[in-house]
Every structure is written in C-alpha cells, then in structure tokens.
Ligand binder design. Structure first.
Ligand SMILES: C[S@@+](CC[C@H](N)C(=O)[O-])C[C@H]1O[C@@H](n2cnc3c(N)ncnc32)[C@H](O)[C@@H]1O
Length: 304
C-alpha cells in the first residue's frame, strides 16, 4: 500500500487547509442512487462508506442522506483528526483500506471515495465494492484538480484575469517541479482511465462542479504544504535547508533557491507587484474543478 498521508502534523494541516467536498457532489450521487433504489420510510438510506476519508473532508456532506456513515482510512492520525472535526452523530471513523473494507457483505448502499481512489489497488478495490455493496448499491468516485487562484483585489477584471493567469503559470511550474507519485496522473486526467476501467453501460460522469473557497495567500500556501509531491520534493532538500538555517544573514532569496514554495511566493509577490505584504492580507478566491464518476454494481474484477 502507498503510504503518503501519515503523521499527526500532516493530518492537522489537512484538516485545516484541504478543501471540503461541495454539497453538490452528494446531490449528484443521491440523484444517481435514487434512480436505482428507494430510501427507507425515514427518507434515508442505511449505510454509506467513505473510503480514504482523510480528516473527513468528503464525509459530512452525505450525513443527512444515510442512517450511518463509516469513514475509513489507513492513517490512524487522519482518523483521529476526522473524529475531532466531525460533528454529526451518525458518522463514525475507523482504520481500514479500500482493498479490505471492514464491513459485512451486501450491506452498503453507497461506496464513496473523495480524492483517494487513485491510491487504491483498483482490481482489489472493485472486488471489495462488489462484495460490500447491496445488489442495487452504487459507487461514487470524485476528485479535484490543481486549483486556480484569483486575487480579490484589484476589482478591475482585466487586471484580475491577468494576475490569475500569471498565478496559474507559477502554480503549474511549481507542480511540475514537485515529485508526485506516478499515480497522480489519474488526477491530471480527471480519472478518465479509472472511468474506462468501469464497464457498466449505466456508468456516468459529471465534470461541472467547482469548489469555490475564499481565503488568502497564507491559506493557499498551507494547502500546498499538504501536496504529497511537495513533501516528497522537500525531503530531498532537508540537508540544504538545515545548512541554510544554521547560517547567519540568510535571505528570502537564498531560501527560495531551495524551497519551491518560498520561490512561488516570491514570484507572485514580484509578478503581482505587491510589496512587503503579509500573506494573510492577500485575499483570494481559490477554485478547484471537480470530477465525479458514478457506477452501479458490479464493478470489474480486472482492470486491463
Ligand atoms: C488526498 S486524501 C483524501 C482525503 C479526503 N477524502 C478528501 O476528500 O480530501 C487521500 C486519502 O487516501 C488515503 N489512502 C491512501 N491509500 C489508501 C487505501 N489503499 N485505502 C484507503 N485509503 C487510502 C490516505 O491515507 C489519505 O487520507
């Protein structure tokens, strides 16, 4: 299993800065499941499982549609953070994996995975879905791509557009320098290969949902620190960074030569022509494009 999401500090950063799945994705999923089965007399379905739930960002939006939701994740720290964050009584969290779902056979109405399915062994995961899903149960796999940032000031729309385009170029360049796991390609292609694996004629996808967050440049910087590719890249730079921190008169430029995130901030500062700013005083719209794949049972037992 690929383990890139361990550690209490990361779980905390995740809880603080990863975007939450928009309610629209639950609505799209419930519209799909409603065409195949009916909820119980209380208007709710019995059981959903959110696989790779992290610190619970993708779980809560489903709370009102199910009697019970189980969020599972292999990282014990993410599970602790999810328990801390989540207020709804019908949502519980437990350690587990997509390849070995800790649930009885044919009991689940909906298996959901938010920004996590690309980490699974697909054949084993689909096999587990076939086991745990009720015969009319469904699978929703959703994710989001690299964000775009738009400065809220200035209000002049041409200037805002130009600044957003510059930021996009800089984000892309930072992303390309990061060392992401090869499976990240599934996010780059909006899960199109995973969609092709699924053979059901009733499968469908929706690429219209966006996550819109208002925040500031500090929030954005904190979000980048949760990128697995940024963290992997920076582990190769630890020695250089500690050497720098042991020296006197270290400048921002010297740090930016080592840390690609510091470099990104410096470049944005120069390109957006903002001097001496505090990161939290630069308000931003942060926008992510989402993609959603839906299927009914059975899922394929091989993925060639
Ligand atoms: C990017 S996070 C997604 C968290 C959350 N669902 C969200 O929407 O932001 C990916 C999560 O998948 C989990 N994960 C990785 N491999 C997994 C596996 N084989 N089975 C279940 N979860 C896994 C990681 O521990 C991590 O918490």
């Amino acid at each position: 299993m690929i383990r890139l999401f361990e550690g209490a500090a990361l779980a905390e950063a995740y809880a603080l800065s990863r975007p939450h799945t928009p309610a629209k994705i639950a609505e799209i999923s419930m519209a799909y499941i409603n065409k195949r089965s009916q909820p119980a007399a209380n208007g709710k379905y019995k059981l959903m499982v959110d696989i790779g739930c992290g610190s619970g960002q993708s779980t809560e939006i489903f709370g009102k549609y199910f009697d019970k939701i189980l969020g599972i994740d292999p990282s014990s720290e993410q599970i602790l953070a999810a328990r801390k964050q989540t207020k709804q009584q019908n949502i519980v969290f437990q350690e587990g994996t997509g390849e070995n779902i800790p649930i009885e056979s044919e009991t689940v109405d909906l298996v959901a995975c938010g920004q996590s399915a690309h980490w699974f062994n697909f054949a084993k995961f689909f096999k587990e879905c076939n086991r745990v899903l009720k015969p009319d149960g469904c699978l929703v796999i959703h994710g989001y791509d690299l964000p775009k940032i738009y400065p809220i000031r200035p209000s002049d729309s041409t200037c805002r557009k130009d600044q957003a385009a510059t930021a996009q170029r800089l984000i892309r360049s930072m992303y390309d320098t990061c060392t992401f796991h090869p499976r990240r390609k599934h996010i780059d292609n909006h899960y199109s290969q995973i969609y092709d694996f699924i053979k059901s004629t009733h499968k469908t996808r929706n690429d219209s949902v966006k996550i819109k967050k208002q925040g500031n440049l500090r929030d954005f910087v904190q979000y980048i620190t949760t990128w697995s590719g940024y963290r992997s890249y920076m582990t190769t730079k630890q020695e250089e960074l500690s050497e720098l921190h042991g020296k006197n008169n270290v400048t921002d430029t010297m740090i930016a030569d080592v840390d690609i995130l510091a470099k990104f901030v410096k470049k944005i500062q120069a390109e957006w022509k903002i001097e001496d700013f505090e990161l939290q005083s630069i308000p931003l719209d942060i926008i992510f494009d989402c993609f959603v794949i839906l299927s009914e049972r059975p899922l394929p037992d091989s993925v060639e």
